[in-house]
Design a protein around this ligand. Structure first.
Ligand code: IPE
Ligand code: IPE
Ligand code: MG
Length: 250
């Protein structure tokens, strides 16, 4: 039996998301421990983490990744020491200014997902400039999650339902609006978490319904293109069933 229209139709077939190309999401964890192991302040780990972002983006298109969603700052991360929070925001702002021209050059569309109302006005403007400048990028859709909480996003989307009868596709659209994505949220194919922890920390809870999960002990600043390649290779070894029974070929 197939899912009804009301539930947004059946899950996509194994082998990638409907748009073609993989959606990979990464919880970039372990910056603080990386720095501590070297006798450095935590913020040095965040700086080194920005280099790992660059390497990851370079490697992604060659591996068949069409959408890459990076968890940069969770809504719960506001509870960290004020100095660490302000450094993270400053690094993110610098990243946008520095990398926007690079994204344009390499056909990368950059979007930021999450709440905007608690960000500094100049950062909000930088986000808007980066999104507008890179809107034509077709090689990779890079989504950076900042002040992001999946549960808060689901609650905001639920408010927008407003008693209407909507299915999964309709809810995915509302969820996209709730995180300023401007389009329905895409299912995640592969979720990677670095840093050794095996938890979701409130990231993409709806979108990861059938994601393959991949945990690596490597700390984020040490993450390289070959680590991404290994994760994607492992993804292709998995059998995605989406609740069905797959008949053996032949
Ligand atoms: C991830 O690294 C970056 C952010 C959460 C902003 P952490 O800062 O969480 O590093 P650890 O987990 O303390 O090592
Ligand atoms: C998740 O990492 C958030 C980001 C990587 C941005 P955390 O380090 O904040 O998560 P917990 O506290 O270990 O769950
Ligand atoms: Mg952490």
């Amino acid at each position: 039996m197939r899912g009804s229209e009301n539930h947004g139709g059946p899950a996509p077939l194994p082998g990638g998301s409907a748009q073609g190309g993989l959606h990979v999401a990464i919880i970039m964890d372990g910056n603080g421990r990386w720095a501590r192991a070297r006798g450095l302040p935590r913020v040095a780990g965040h700086r080194a983490g920005a280099q790992a972002v660059r390497r990851t983006i370079e490697a992604a298109p060659k591996l068949g990744i069409r959408t890459l969603t990076l968890y940069a700052f969770s809504s719960d991360n506001w509870q960290r020491p004020a100095q660490e929070v302000s450094t993270l925001m400053q690094l993110f702002h610098e990243y946008l200014e520095r990398e926007t021209p690079e994204c344009v050059k390499h056909g990368i569309r950059l979007s930021v997902i999450g709440r905007r109302d608690r960000l500094a006005p100049e950062l909000r403007r930088a986000i808007q400039r980066a999104e507008e400048a890179t809107a034509g990028g077709r090689n990779l859709h890079l989504r950076i999650a900042v002040d992001y909480s999946a549960r808060d996003a689901i609650v905001r989307a639920a408010h927008r339902v407003n008693g209407r009868r909507i299915g999964r596709a309709g809810f995915a659209r509302l969820l996209g609006e709730a995180i300023h994505a401007g389009e329905p949220v895409p299912d995640v194919d592969l979720l990677i978490r670095t840093g050794g922890e095996q938890r979701l920390s409130d990231f993409l809870l709806w979108e990861c319904a059938y994601a393959e999960l991949y945990f690596t002990p490597r700390m984020w600043p040490d993450f390289e293109g070959k680590d991404l390649e290994e994760a994607v290779r492992e993804f292709h070894r998995r059998e995605r069933r989406f609740g069905r029974v797959l008949e053996a070929a032949g």
